[in-house]
Ligand binder design. Sequence first.
Ligand SMILES: [Zn+2]
Length: 474
Amino acid sequence: MKVNTLTSHQQEKYFSNLVQELHKDYSKYKVTQIQTRRFEINDYHRILDSLLEEGKEIFNVKKIGSSFKGRDIKLIKFGEGKIKILMWSQMHGDESTASLALLDLINLLKKRKDLSDELKSKISLFIIPILNPDGASEFERRNYQEIDINRDALRLQTPEGRILKKVRDEIQPDFTFNLHDQYANNSVGRTGSPAAIALLSPAYDYDRNINEVRERAIKVCVEIKDIIEKFYPSVVARYDDEFEPRAFGDNFQKWGSSTILIESGGYFNDFEKQEIRKMNFLALAGSIYSIANQLYQKKSTDAYFEIPENQRLFFDLLVKNVTVKKDSIEYIVDIGINYSEKYDSLRGKYIKVYTITDIGDLSTFYGFDTLDAKNLKFEFGEVYEEILNEFKQIENLDLKFLIQNGYTTIIYQGNFDKIKEDSLLDEMISTTKSPIRESKKLLGHSANFILKDENGKVHYAVINGRVYEPNKIH
Ligand SMILES: [Zn+2]
């Protein structure tokens, strides 16, 4: 049976099966050479170029300009259909999730001939992967001029912004997809679920009116939510729709292209955002199919406004009901802990450094991990007195004994070859002497502390934001 001759009911059934298949068979389409948020931009382009070369019958590629530092920016075109769709990723250089999902989408179109045959007569899909290659090469938000490209839609002082504007003006797309990452600590309203994906059909004026252009994007957002939540219940939030007159999405909406913003956030145990990459893949592949066949038109605008709002309510670790002491007076607080990434030159890589970012009544917040420390007392972890430089000095340390005696941190400035990544020893090691000088303020302190009962027995040690029970350490 030819897909083109299906009735609308059959088409929906076909679509539903397609989404199920894409989810089930994702590993067939995932481009596995890159599976980390940080990657070399040259590696990305090498992999992309080889995919495009293999799929040269269906893809057209051209250079459409250069970044401030002269890096190529490419436009990929697929299909000859009437409905025009433009997608771009990584206009913020440290927001790479969708760039990887675009590789998977290109791979899908290359591999699934039945699908690409159908789509290519209905849509023209234009993709700009990594709009901000200078920022991407440093894994920084802004471009080389230190300008946020997404606040440059009117002034157009960045070459990258000018390229995006020019492409839109020339193509006059019906739909545009603006692909970003947001903080991993956002939640889906007060549901207690992390906002792995936040969606927005941007406003085109301060009153946030809804015209036909914006409404089409709203319906596509609902389509995306329904696709993702088939497999990942309650992970989609609605992004704040305050009008930003300098942003591209808001202006594209104003200029007549229905615009969908997809923000990749956080998910459980998904630091490299590979699960969220898959959600992006499903969202993008599903959307283009839905747009090609106008299926999204059946979605309701109300369903969009029923999506819970994106709220910053997650901590990486939330320790509840812990007893702390100041000037010998005890009281109860919750402790919120988040990580940031920092380059560690001795380890030769980025590491996660966990810090106490809030204390007090945090009962309205959630944690990717939570620990109830009822009846337990907080004590700052001790730093092992000696600074160690040789592996043989640390390999035989009795970590369990150290933790039971209140130590959480070892300063080591030697070789890391034999230290297992993310092991307890690895987490205990600081390569800088700074912990010695840390103040005894909780806020801003590294997340290294122990939790004792009233008899002084250590129940838990929090070491660089991870929870350990001394009994379970061998
Ligand atoms: Zn962004």
